[in-house]
Design a protein around this ligand. Structure first.
Ligand SMILES: Cc1ncc(COP(=O)(O)O)c(C=O)c1O
Length: 372
């Protein structure tokens, strides 16, 4: 008996499609629509007063729900629009003109992060992008920041964040982890891992929709960090409208302008459901179902481009079927939701609401499309 399937009724779209795409877009919780209606109602009824009655605090109050999922303490996570913004805020905390100017990155990262670090070279940074297995050796006394994805969006490879963080700290560098592809499907504890920064978003495993990114910063670093990517919300007394910047003492110092209030309303339900379902249980099911998917894909003669070792595999199985892009288009037409990444293959991901039957159905449909 799979108790997690009880959650299916909270996700209406699961009745009309086979949802194997939570690495890209999690299914929408029924409650998210209610929360958006609540937002509209509060805006209408309370008008400007809504800011004082919760909206202003939302980057933190909603961040606390994420904090519970990723092992951060109260007030240690703030909401930002997306990961790209989170990364830019982090790297704007440093002076890149001195000798310690290296950003060591895993080259399998989401390209957005790589673009941001490449652009940082204009400020004197030096980007060193290496495959995950070369990361430890690439970190040295010139490294300021190590930037890695906890789980690769391309292959689903899980990186050893603890080992990388230890090595970075030995070398005097800090670590920013992109946890978008792990939070909500892989248990993680940012405090125990010791990472200095972590950023992610809500569109995928957290079933929270767009516009609700988040940023965790290790608390003892706060006083020393003064992000250049800033704004009035980061001021210690924003409503004094002082012309000179004095950073907030708390995590608001990492914010900038007006927060995305409707996005945060929409996102909360996903965090609550993931929190209640429990990431440990979600992970156990994911390991079982991704393992089964690999078996089914291989039985069908497809190549699998994801790690076999469950400990090194995130929530996605990348299946390299012939004409993957066209097969993906046809799957979508038939209401099998998956996606395709060039150089990798068709990304297929069960989540806590997936039935075992849907695994069989998906591979069966792929076989039909390729004519096997
Ligand atoms: C690992 C990872 N990081 C970052 C992103 C994108 O981040 P954002 O659009 O929030 O900047 C994605 C996917 O969209 C991703 O898979």
């Amino acid at each position: 008996m799979d108790e997690l399937l009880e959650w299916r009724k909270e996700f209406p779209s699961l009745e009309t499609s086979v949802h194997m795409i939570s690495h890209s877009l999690g299914a929408m919780p029924r409650r998210a629509a209610e929360r958006l209606a609540e937002y509209a109602e509060v805006w209408t009824r309370r008008g400007i007063r809504a800011w004082e009655e919760g909206w202003w605090e939302m980057p933190r109050s909603v961040g606390n729900l994420i904090g519970k999922i990723i092992g951060a303490g109260e007030g240690e996570v703030v909401m930002v629009p997306n990961v790209s913004a989170g990364q830019s805020i982090v790297n704007s905390c440093f002076d890149w003109s001195g000798p310690r100017n290296q950003v060591v990155c895993d080259s399998l990262q989401f390209p957005s992060n790589l673009y941001i670090y490449e652009a940082l070279e204009r400020q004197g940074a030096r980007l060193v992008a290496v495959p995950p297995e070369e990361l430890l050796a690439a970190i040295g006394h010139q490294t300021r920041l190590v930037s890695i994805s906890h789980v690769s969006f391309r292959s689903s490879l899980v990186l050893d964040l603890a080992a990388i963080t230890r090595r970075a700290h030995e070398a005097g560098a800090l670590v920013v982890a992109d946890i978008y592809q792990s939070a909500g499907t892989l248990p993680l504890n940012v405090r125990e891992l010791g990472v200095d920064f972590a950023t992610g978003g809500s569109v995928k495993w957290l079933c929270g929709g767009p516009g609700a990114g988040y940023l965790y910063v290790r608390q003892d670093l706060w006083p020393s960090l003064r992000p250049a990517a800033t704004g009035w919300m980061a001021h210690r007394a924003p409503f004094t409208f002082e012309p000179a910047m004095e950073y907030a003492e708390d995590a608001f110092r990492f914010l900038n302008g007006t927060p995305s209030v409707p996005a945060m309303y929409a996102a909360r339900s996903g965090y609550e459901i993931i929190g209640q379902a429990g990431v440990e249980r979600i992970r156990a099911k994911s390991i079982r179902q991704t393992g089964r998917l690999i078996e089914l894909a291989e039985e069908a003669g497809f190549r699998v481009n994801s790690p076999r070792d469950p400990a090194r595999r995130g929530g996605v199985v990348v299946i390299d079927a012939p004409n993957g892009q066209a097969v993906t288009r046809e799957l979508l037409r038939r209401d099998f939701l998956v996606d395709y990444r060039p150089g990798a293959g068709i990304r297929v991901a069960p989540h806590f609401y997936t039935t075992d039957e849907e695994l069989d159905l998906t591979v069966h449909e792929m076989r039909k499309i390729v004519g096997q």
